[in-house]
Design a protein around this ligand. Structure first.
Ligand code: SME
Length: 160
């Protein structure tokens, strides 16, 4: 069962948060910051929630707005769970990060992880939503679908 506290409510709140983007990079980051905070408030048993944003034209991600401990700033597409999601443009659910070769341990407490790609209107990878938990198997397929819905909303609203 999903541990999001009310899917409709979360998506509705997310829609309201990003409803007035006027096209500036500054406000995109403003909305991503609130989006990270909103997810952090809604999710239980997580220790990191946030975004990695692609450097345009490069296969490289940099740290974006997040909640949780200090994290690594740079992730190449060739590395980690984030790299796999960026390369495949598919969400990646990892029940046990110790079983994932190449996992990047920003917070040693993280045991499971869900990474969801954010695509622009043309289907290009522009950012990732990354959620980590200090519990094994924290994220369900329902959480994955919710993460994908959030990512889809953010991509459509902030990168189109
Ligand atoms: N977990 C990611 C690295 C980022 S941190 O978890 C915040 C990975 O292995 O790609």
């Amino acid at each position: 069962m999903s541990e999001f506290k009310g899917e409709g409510t979360l998506l509705e709140q997310m829609e309201a948060l990003v409803g007035d983007w006027e096209g500036s990079i500054e406000r995109r980051y403003c909305h991503l910051a609130n989006a990270a905070a909103l997810l952090w408030q809604h999710l239980e048993r997580v220790n990191w929630v946030g975004f990695y944003v692609r450097i345009p034209g490069r296969e490289h991600l940099v740290l974006g707005p997040f909640q949780g401990k200090v994290a690594c700033t740079d992730i190449a597409f060739s590395r980690g769970v984030c790299g796999k999601s960026a390369t495949t443009k598919e969400s990646v659910l990892v029940d046990d990060v110790h079983q994932f070769a190449g996992h990047i341990a920003c917070d040693g407490a993280s045991l499971s992880e869900l990474v969801v790609p954010i695509l622009d209107g043309e289907g290009n990878l522009v950012a990732l939503l990354d959620m980590d938990s200090p519990y094994r198997k924290r994220f369900s397929p329902e959480d994955q679908r919710m993460g994908e819905a959030v990512a889809s909303l953010l991509g459509a609203r902030l990168w189109s």
